[in-house]
Design a protein around this ligand. Structure first.
Ligand code: UFG
Length: 341
């Protein structure tokens, strides 16, 4: 008998699609809702190629109550929800704050209301290490102070965590918020991966697009930080490891293993890598050289942040398996496969 049905909002996106694959691998039956605003329908066929299963897909929006109602009416046996559907571009959120507050905050509120109406109590929420801002001490634990958000995007993640804190107190809802560090890489099959819209904001898609010739050169933002080589340090983790953490989290909720009604976990490797180290590792592992220059610092960037993963390791029972080399090689294989598409 297959395991329960899990609703995956934003299940066609980067992390969502990898999570759908891992849900199948673990025996669950994913049901996807995605408005395809920032994802492409061909990814659904790719999921089928990888898993041999055709996911149930609803083209719809979590902000639209009617979409959720129709879905939940048809799938009254959904046992839990993994909620990815959200906008995620920091710079765009500064330009269009209401778009971000509407989609990310209202989306969660409407989703929670409709889930409560159907008695669906288990929710895994996509949060971000952005809530820590520039931490005074690295690595950061889940108890490190949450700092005032640098962008409307970051603020939506903080507000959503607060909405969950308030909601679990007075309802049967149980939630796990996962604070991701920097997810990169792609599935080993090179059939799914990150699909940035337009010019990528994030480091690794920019590197792979430059290496393949779509971009002229990478600009490394800042070389005078107080870090190992002057460039910013982040905790990069493989998207497949991250996807597996979501399966573990929903399992924890379904099995009533949680000790609090809202639990928070940092998801990273625990190891910081500098931008220059990422560039060097990419070149060493792929043998592909590309142009890069040092430019000024980017507004809003924190100097250094990496995770203390003790709680995720010991309580969630999850640990990353893949290293930076594997993250960059799989991201490169994905970029090459996209260029052939
Ligand atoms: N970087 C460059 N050049 C580029 C792009 C990025 O040097 O062209 C550098 C950035 O300055 C930063 C590092 O690469 O030092 C990583 O930048 P990303 O944009 O890939 O990732 P961020 O750490 O800035 O942002 C990520 C997520 C956000 C999340 C944030 C939390 O994209 O969603 O982590 O800190 F909010």
């Amino acid at each position: 008998m297959s395991k329960p049905k899990i609703l995956v909002t934003g299940g066609v996106g980067f992390i969502g699609s990898h999570t759908v694959v891992e849900l199948y691998n673990a025996g669950y039956e994913p049901v996807i809702i995605d408005n395809l605003n920032n994802s492409e329908a061909f990814i659904l066929d790719r999921i089928t190629q990888i898993t041999g299963q055709k996911p149930v897909f609803f083209k719809g929006d979590v902000c639209e109550r009617a979409d959720l109602q129709a879905l939940l009416e048809q799938h009254s046996d959904i046992a839990g929800v993994i909620h990815f559907a959200a906008y995620k571009a920091v710079g765009e959120s500064v330009q269009h704050p209401l778009k971000y507050y509407h989609n990310n905050v209202s989306g969660l509120v409407v989703l929670l209301q409709e889930l409560q109406a159907k008695g669906i109590n288990n929710l895994v929420f996509s949060s971000s290490c952005t809530v820590y801002g520039q931490p005074e001490i690295n690595p950061v634990t889940e108890n490190s102070p949450v700092q005032k958000a640098e962008s409307p995007y970051g603020n939506t993640k903080q507000i959503c965590e607060e909405i969950l804190t308030d909601t679990v107190k007075v309802s049967d809802t149980k939630a796990i918020a996962l604070r991701y560090f920097n997810p990169i890489g792609a599935h080993d099959s090179a059939l799914i991966g990150e699909l940035p819209l337009g010019v990528p904001n994030n480091l690794v898609p920019f590197i792979t697009q430059t290496a393949i010739g779509k971009r002229e050169k990478l600009t490394i933002f800042g070389s005078d930080y107080n870090t190992v080589d002057g460039t910013c340090v982040r905790d990069y983790l493989h998207v497949v490891d991250l996807a597996i953490a979501h399966v573990r989290a929903i399992e924890r909720l379904l099995n009533n293993e949680s000790t609090d009604k809202l639990e928070i976990f940092n998801l990273g490797t625990g190891k910081g890598s500098s931008v220059k180290e990422v560039v060097d590792t990419f070149v060493a592992e792929t043998g592909v050289n590309f142009n890069f220059v040092y430019g000024p610092r980017r507004d809003g960037d924190v100097e250094q942040v990496y995770a203390d993963t003790t709680k995720a390791n010991n309580v969630l029972g999850w640990k990353t398996q893949r290293d930076l080399k594997n993250m960059l090689v799989t991201a490169w294989e994905w970029e090459k496969s996209l260029s052939k598409k």
